[in-house]
Design a protein around this ligand. Structure first.
Ligand SMILES: [Ca+2]
Ligand SMILES: [Ca+2]
Ligand SMILES: [Ca+2]
Length: 404
């Protein structure tokens, strides 16, 4: 078998064409069958196949050209197999030896190159080994350092783990607290939402009330403006009425004062009228706003004045030339109300006023024997006055001034 395989490989390596290669496999199969006959069952099958062959012969007989071509091919195949067998048989030994030598040389060359490669690899391995040793030493140092670091890290890890555990507990407690607070906040938020809704409703209600109040306020302001205008008008009317009232009151007061004055004047006139009646009935004479009374007997100046005062009057005071002429009409020596008893030469009327108008004759007053009271001794002349002694007895004339 191995020989046959070699033969076949040689043919493949010898650049034989594909048809020849197929023939080689057929020949090798036949040769293999010669050395290894099939079992009886298989031989029977082959015989059966050979017995079934006439089926194809019978079919070729139906096509003469095809049968001829098959026969020709078979003949060529047989010839080619014979040539190849001869060539193989003649050059097989020589080629085998050359091939074996070449194979040996190639193997030697391969081994040499493999040795060189192994040597190089060995050197590389040695270098690598040194490097590995150094690396190992470094790695051991690093390992020790890493172990120390590992210890520290383990310690730190434990501490961190404890810290984490503590923190975890704290965080859990805090989370619990926060959860509780969150629930409370949720409840508060819910209450707040409810309150917010209530407040929104309240705000809406208040807004509506505010709008309503604004409207009322606007109406009120309008009403207020109207009222203010009306108040202004009423105030003006009031001021006018006050002014009129003030004027009226003033006029009333004036009228009252005037009425009072008139009443007083009326009462005074009534009294005067009554006095007129009384003085007229008592024999008094009216002249130029005064009543005059002439005594019916004689008396000194003092008693004469006393009598006048008793009658509600006083001795006559000469105020005008007309009154002096009226006085002289009686053609009597009469006491009148002029005296210098208080200070000699200073003549005063009985009402205390100084003498301003006088009707002395050129030789009077002479004050002979201390003459201090005035009498109308020279009644026939306008200048009828004479100073006489107050104790002398004369008629006298009283004056009651009725109208100032
Ligand atoms: Ca008089
Ligand atoms: Ca005198
Ligand atoms: Ca005299």
């Amino acid at each position: 078998m191995s020989d046959l395989t070699k033969k076949v490989r040689y043919k493949k390596d010898g650049n034989a064409d594909c048809d020849n290669a197929g023939n080689v496999y057929v020949i090798s199969d036949e040769l293999w069958r010669e050395k290894n006959p099939p079992p009886p069952k298989l031989q029977d099958d082959i015989k059966d196949q050979q017995q079934n062959a006439p089926v194809y012969v019978r079919s070729t007989k139906r096509n003469p050209l095809k049968a001829f071509a098959v026969c020709l091919g078979l003949l060529c195949l047989l010839l080619l197999i014979a040539v190849i067998v001869l060539l193989v048989l003649s050059s097989q030994d020589k080629n085998n030896r050359i091939m074996e030598r070449n194979q040996l040389l190639g193997e030697i060359s391969d081994l040499t190159s493999e040795r060189d490669e192994l040597q190089s690899s060995y050197n590389d391995m040695k270098s690598l080994n040194r490097n590995l040793m150094q690396k190992t030493s470094q790695l051991e140092n690093e390992k020790e350092h890493l172990q120390a670091v590992n210890v520290n890290l383990t310690k730190e890890r434990d501490e961190l783990q404890d810290h984490i555990n503590n923190k975890t507990l704290e965080m859990e407690a805090r989370i619990k607290t926060l959860t509780k607070e969150r629930d409370e906040l949720k409840n508060k938020l819910s209450d707040c939402d409810k309150k917010t809704l209530d407040m929104e409703a309240s705000i809406k209600t208040l807004t509506e009330e505010q709008d309503e109040l604004k409207k009322k306020l606007s109406d009120c302001e309008k009403t207020t403006l109207d009222m203010e205008a009306r108040i202004k008008t009423l105030t003006e009317e009031r001021d006018d009425l006050r002014k009129r009232l003030s004027n009226c009151e003033k006029a009333t007061l004036d009228m009252e004062a005037r009425i009072k004055t008139l009443t007083e004047e009326r009462d005074e006139l009534k009294k005067k009228l009554s006095d007129f009646d009384d003085y007229s009935q008592q024999g008094w004479v009216y002249f130029s706003r005064s009543f005059y009374y002439i005594s019916s007997y004689r008396a000194n100046w003092y008693n004469s004045r006393y009598d006048c005062r008793r009658r509600g009057a006083d001795l006559l005071i000469v105020n005008t030339k007309e009154e002096q002429e009226f006085l002289n009409q009686y053609h009597r020596i009469l006491w009148i109300g002029l005296t210098d008893r208080e200070r000699e030469g200073t003549w005063k009327w009985v009402d205390g006023t100084l003498m301003t108008i006088s009707f002395w004759p050129s030789w009077e007053p002479n004050n002979i024997g201390n003459e201090d009271c005035l009498e109308t001794k020279f009644y026939t002349d306008e200048k009828s006055w004479n100073d006489a002694k107050c104790g002398d007895r004369n008629f006298w004339i009283c004056e009651k001034k009725m109208i100032p």
